[in-house]
Write a protein that binds this ligand. Structure first.
Ligand code: SF4
Length: 335
């Protein structure tokens, strides 16, 4: 009987699931994914986590509870840094400990530390440590890793083509907008907030139903994001912060972005800083409409829907009636 490895459907799942899935499958383990986020996962997560945790981390606890009694191991790596001289939020670094402390009766946790802040020279050690929970055969682990990287690269190719992770991972079918003339909306935020339909209250679908093409920071070329982020006065050393800010700066130069929506999680320090920087930049340097939506476990869907509808109405009205005159007058064209 194969070893069952549980992967919680939260946090880095939206970027690395294809890599992890293929790696463990190549080692002949069975990968069990937690259910899609739902009310009982949220309630369990909120009940079993510390009050100070942000919404995505609380929900991650709920995913662990959803999995813990049906797997041999839980895969909860301790992710400190994925790029040189950058960091992931400290809540990721302490995730395995937080989970162990908060949730009783857990199976063993694969809690390998991933820290590429200085270099990637520990990569093979990391890969071997992860694989050794399933087999001690070093060649098999190396082969599984190579196949997993190939598989993950094909996932990244789809994302570079403009397909959002949620469409690849969650819907099992690729959404291609037939109408190339759709107006574009830039949605920014942490991937686990934007792409989790329960947390985001189906925000992507809501925008699409209004005939808008949704792009996110994942829709931009990573080098372009890097270059823009490097123009900031101070280095942004949070990986997600750099991506979100870089994408916002790229979008500010595009003429076809009709509005920017920032989806932030309550109790996320990073979101409050990045959201504020972007809002100031957008209002100072462009006339692109901007809205910040903050969600927590008590946020009602009706409230989000009303704000989004009002925002879209305003964009449409403006597109139809305002021509090249901005609300502030700054962009009045010379006639
Ligand atoms: S960056 Fe914000 S949302 Fe993400 S884990 Fe940290 S506190 Fe939570």
């Amino acid at each position: 009987m194969s070893i069952k490895i549980g992967i919680p459907r939260g946090l880095f799942y939206f970027y690395y699931y294809p890599l992890w899935l293929k790696f463990f499958e190549m080692l002949e383990a069975e990968v069990i994914l937690s259910d899609r986020t739902n009310k009982s996962i949220v309630d369990d997560g909120v009940r079993n986590s510390v009050d100070e945790a942000c919404l995505p981390v609380k929900i991650y606890h709920g995913h662990v509870i959803n999995l813990k009694d049906r797997v041999d191991y839980l895969f909860i790596p301790k992710i400190m840094s994925i790029h040189k001289n950058e960091f992931i939020c400290p809540k990721f670094c302490g995730l395995p400990e937080m989970i162990r402390h908060s949730i009783p009766d857990l199976p063993p946790i694969i809690d390998t530390t991933i820290n590429f802040r200085n270099s990637r020279k520990e990569l093979h050690k990391i890969v071997y440590e992860m694989g050794s929970y399933v087999t001690k055969d070093i060649n098999k682990i190396q082969y599984a890793y190579e196949k997993a990287i190939e598989y993950h690269n094909s996932y990244k190719v789809l994302i570079h083509r403009g397909i959002l992770p949620i469409d690849i991972l969650e819907k099992q079918k690729i959404v291609t907008e037939k109408n190339n003339n759709l107006k574009k909306i830039l949605l920014l935020g942490h991937p686990y907030t934007m792409y989790d339909s329960h947390i985001s209250m189906d925000l992507i679908d809501k925008l699409r139903k209004n005939e808008l093409k949704v792009i996110t920071q994942d829709s931009f070329d990573s080098q372009a994001i890097k270059d823009k982020a490097n123009t900031l006065d101070k280095k942004m050393f949070w990986t997600f912060g750099r991506q979100i800010l870089g994408a916002a700066l790229c979008a500010m130069e595009q003429k076809d972005i009709m509005g920017i929506v920032y989806l932030s999680s309550f109790a996320c320090g990073l979101d409050s800083v990045i959201g504020d920087i972007i809002e100031r930049r957008v209002r100072r340097d462009t006339n692109i409409p901007f809205i910040l939506l903050t969600v927590d476990e008590h946020t009602g869907e009706a409230g989000v829907e009303t704000r989004i509808e009002a925002f879209i109405d305003m964009i449409r009205w403006r597109d139809k009636n305002e021509g090249d005159i901005s609300t502030h007058g700054k962009y009045l064209s010379a006639r």
